[in-house]
Design a protein around this ligand. Structure first.
Ligand code: SAH
Ligand code: SF4
Ligand code: F3S
Length: 463
């Protein structure tokens, strides 16, 4: 079965027409960035984007395994494609990403219809791996890889905001977390390669970049003697200065920060550099020192608060978001309440919450003091109620204020509106001008007067 999609103008420069492809991405920004690169590779190979998942000739699931429910979702999607393959033997099924790395051969055994299982470190090698599939092999690519610089141009979702990986992998050993075992050792990209990628993005009209890493504060520590700053160490602070002045880029963000390595120097640099936005995502995970210790996080609630207080002191308008895990093994009611109090104390703009989920190859999964499903559900509900209330209260500071918004697109749920974000990363909606030609275009910075506040977004009008 082939889907007939009219060849696009672009496709003339492609090698050949191979059929259509579909990518579904689960998980975090890291996976989204990998999917964009793999999408770029497929397009240069001659594949075209399919109109629907169930009609594509090649289906790629870029998977996540951070919690059990993320994993189960992938299996249910996969079942559908495996059934489709019975009537369409030419269908190619690829499982990429973190679950692929974790399960490896088991996945091939469990779903023999799959053609290629590839870990996240192999994303740039998609073409080579697919050629092996085309030669009739079922391919497993989960061995540790040095990640070479991209040869393919990513096909990005947004034409305004781009993700730029600066460090792959994670060398931390948080006792609950599967990431180090699926994403491998830390590997920083050179400042030159990063700058080059951002310059290219700026050249084609991108206005905002988000630097990505699972533990972004670790950037550069795998480069031994880098003669870049006084200490001879390459750091995120150095990198921010190094890329700051690229013409055309208006905003710079970065994620995810680890409280253990978040330095005063970094905060000072952020405050000094005008393009670096006042939004900091610093996962705290718990408000209890005992739980933090058992998680292996390497900081205390007090040191966390010192970081946040320093940010608030020198950038009073900044927004601070976080992640928290409830019902970690052995968490008492009191310890859970310490997390609730921390949320009230810090007044986070947003907290992503999750109930602890035991993961393969992680120490905490083997501990005997696991909590019941009921406690997990109850604590999650309780913390979510608080987060919603706190976020809404925190949002009140925007009421009637004037915010600089970078216009990203039309609101797909309401064509009469445009959407963008504040510097603090709040999603903001506002009506288009009544005459289309007078409306701001994606990529423009506009001033919006905020008149409506919801817990997770704002609405305003053009000044
Ligand atoms: N590198 C980041 C977070 C990576 S994972 C950091 O160090 O904070 C994203 C979030 O998923 C984590 O912050 C954590 O809150 C959550 N998470 C990770 N493992 C989990 C698990 N086993 N159960 C529940 N939540 C988990
Ligand atoms: Fe996981 Fe900890 Fe690494 Fe974050 S820092 S990715 S939570 S091991
Ligand atoms: Fe999931 Fe892998 Fe990201 S496990 S959260 S996709 S690093």
């Amino acid at each position: 079965m082939t889907t007939t999609i009219a060849p696009t103008k672009q496709s003339k420069s492609f090698k050949s027409h191979r059929g259509s492809y579909w990518i579904t991405t689960f998980g975090c920004q890291m996976n989204k960035a990998d999917s964009e690169r793999m999408s770029g590779i497929l397009q240069t190979m001659g594949y075209e984007l399919a109109e629907e998942e169930l009609k594509a000739d090649l289906v790629l699931y870029n998977t996540c395994t951070i919690r059990d429910n993320a994993e189960q979702k992938v299996y249910s999607y996969l079942g559908r494609q495996a059934r489709r393959k019975k009537s369409d033997p030419n269908l190619k099924i690829i499982i990429a990403g973190c679950l692929a790395q974790q399960e490896g051969e088991t996945l091939l055994r469990r779903v023999p219809e799959v053609d290629l299982v590839m870990g996240p470190q192999h994303a740039n090698r998609l073409e080579t791996l697919l050629n092996q599939v085309d030669n009739g092999h079922q391919v497993l690519a989960t061995d540790e890889q040095y990640i070479y610089e991209d040869i393919a141009t990513a096909r990005r979702e947004s034409a305004i905001c781009g993700w730029v990986n600066i460090i792959y992998g994670c060398n931390e050993r948080c006792t609950y977390c599967v990431v180090p075992s699926v994403r491998g050792k830390e590997q920083s990209r050179t400042p030159q390669a990063i700058k080059h990628e951002i310059e290219e993005l700026a050249r084609i009209g991108y206005k905002e970049i988000t630097l990505l890493g699972q533990n972004i504060d670790a950037y550069g520590r795998d480069f031994k003697a880098y003669e870049f700053n006084k200490s001879g160490q390459l750091t995120l602070s150095y990198l921010l200065e190094y890329i700051h002045d690229i013409e055309g880029i208006e905003r710079i963000r970065f994620a995810t920060s680890h409280p253990r390595y978040f330095t005063k120097e970094l905060i000072d640099v952020c405050a000094k550099l005008p393009k670096v936005c006042e939004h900091f995502h610093i996962p705290v995970q718990s408000g209890s020192n005992k739980i933090l210790k058992n998680m292996g996080r390497g900081y205390t609630v007090q040191t966390y608060k010192e970081i946040v207080n320093y940010i608030k002191q020198i950038m009073p308008d900044s927004s601070i978001t976080s992640d928290a895990i409830v019902a970690f093994p052995g968490e008492t009611r009191d310890e859970f309440e310490e997390t609730l109090s921390l949320i009230e104390d810090v007044k986070f703009d947003l907290v992503n919450t999750a109930a602890y989920s035991p993961r393969p190859n992680t120490p905490a999964a083997l501990w005997p003091n696991q909590l019941s499903e009921k406690i997990k559900i109850d604590r999650l509900r309780e913390i979510n109620n608080l987060v919603e209330k706190t976020a809404k209260k925190r949002n009140l500071r925007y009421k009637d204020s004037l915010q600089e918004i970078l216009v990203e697109s039309i609101n797909s749920k309401d064509n009469s509106q445009l959407l963008g974000r504040t510097r603090t990363n709040r999603l903001t909606f506002f009506p288009k001008a009544s005459i289309d030609s007078k409306s701001p275009q994606p990529g423009e910075l506009v001033n919006i007067k905020i008149n409506e506040i919801r817990p997770f977004s704002l609405t305003g009008s053009l000044l």
